[in-house]
Write a protein that binds this ligand. Structure first.
Ligand code: ACO
Length: 322
């Protein structure tokens, strides 16, 4: 049994924060941020939540796919910023959309979270366990930022993206690749609660995202082209056969470098980071939804997807649209 992607949706918080807005509250500038990253603005939550944005993105994807809540039998959310330790964001989405027949759980693979969710859903659908899956990447990264660390907080945003995938005789998942390198996990990390019991002294200090930007850059520009090459070859295709590359939206320089290394025109790399910033697990599905709603995606097109980031983790896939 194969799998097709049949609908997409996304949801961004209402409030837009431009680089100039940030320059009013910290020592930075639009020139520094946009020349190094391509980011002009991002959406940040006020009253919105990870689960709330996920549910909204899910409803839009369901409408786009023509799928009802009752039909969904699997929900997977890729996130590192769920609203609660438990229940999982996926369970909150299940309740919000009324998908009573679904099994629901979260995956933590940072910026590769949506791609890992896609690959897990594919494995379940391929073995016949489920028929219709809702996969989501969603983050409120702003709550994990140290807003005194200008080198990191300017890069990220909040939002959610979703896709509906369905078991189908025609395999739309032409190939995938995924990997992890836990030994290098420290280059992009965020601490959680520290040990807290009668045996230990507890630190009450919260930990925030910290990143070695140059190491992350080197990791991305070597691993992503290699993973894409491997996946495209496994799909029996050449790089020229790919209509679009929908990459994790970390940084325009990473995307330009991947395009150069693959010897592909940058025109084949749609961008959302200019108005969204980096939304970790949400960036690939939000970009896909924008491409879908702009009418860029036509039946039969080959789209290469790639997520990469904390863990370290990476995952690529080549899908046939429609
Ligand atoms: N505004 C103004 N100046 C700043 C800012 C800011 N927001 N942030 C840092 N600076 C200053 C630094 O203090 C430093 O000043 P100094 O030379 O006086 O010490 C100078 O700018 C250069 O700082 P670097 O950290 O060396 O900046 P770099 O040129 O490496 O750019 C960046 C940083 C954009 C993060 C870069 O390392 C990069 O592209 N990394 C890729 C990784 C990435 O994009 N990660 C995103 C998340 S991870 C993921 O999703 C996979």
């Amino acid at each position: 049994m194969g799998m097709r992607m049949i609908g997409t949706g996304s949801c961004l918080p209402k409030t837009v924060v431009t680089n100039d807005d940030l320059a009013k509250i910290m020592d930075t500038s639009d020139e520094w941020i946009s020349s190094r990253t391509g980011i002009k603005e991002r959406h940040l939550v006020k009253e919105e939540t990870t689960a709330g944005m996920s549910a909204e993105a899910a409803l839009r994807a369901m409408e786009n796919a023509g799928v009802t809540a009752e039909e969904i039998d699997l929900i997977i959310v890729g996130t590192v910023s769920a609203d609660h330790a438990t229940p999982a964001c996926a369970c909150e989405v299940q309740a919000a959309i009324g998908a009573a027949n679904a099994v629901a759980f979260d995956i933590n693979a940072a910026c590769s979270g949506f791609m890992f969710a896609l690959n897990v859903a594919h494995a379940y659908l391929q073995m016949g366990a489920y028929k219709t899956a809702l996969i989501i990447g969603a983050e409120t990264l702003s709550k994990l930022m140290d807003w005194g660390d200008r080198s990191t907080c300017v890069l990220f945003g909040d939002g959610a993206g979703a896709a509906i995938v369905r078991a189908d005789e025609r395999e739309g998942m032409l190939a995938y690749d995924q990997g992890s390198d836990g030994a290098r996990g420290g280059v992009l990390a965020c601490g959680n609660r520290s040990n807290n019991n009668p045996l230990v002294e507890t630190s009450k200090e919260l930990e925030y995202v910290h990143m070695d930007g140059q190491e992350v850059y080197k990791f991305a520009v070597t691993t992503v082209p290699a993973s894409l090459h491997k996946t495209i070859e496994a799909a029996g295709l050449n790089v020229e056969d790919i209509d679009y590359f929908a990459l994790h939206q970390a940084n325009i320089r990473i995307i330009q470098s991947v395009a150069k290394r693959l010897k592909v025109s940058e025109d084949k790399f749609p961008i959302s980071l200019d108005h969204c910033g980096n939304i970790s697990a949400a960036s690939v599905p939000i970009l896909l939804d924008e491409m879908n709603r702009k009418g860029l995606l036509k039946p039969g097109m080959k789209v290469a997807l790639s997520g990469f980031g904390g863990g370290l983790t990476w995952a690529s896939a080549v899908i046939e649209w429609g």
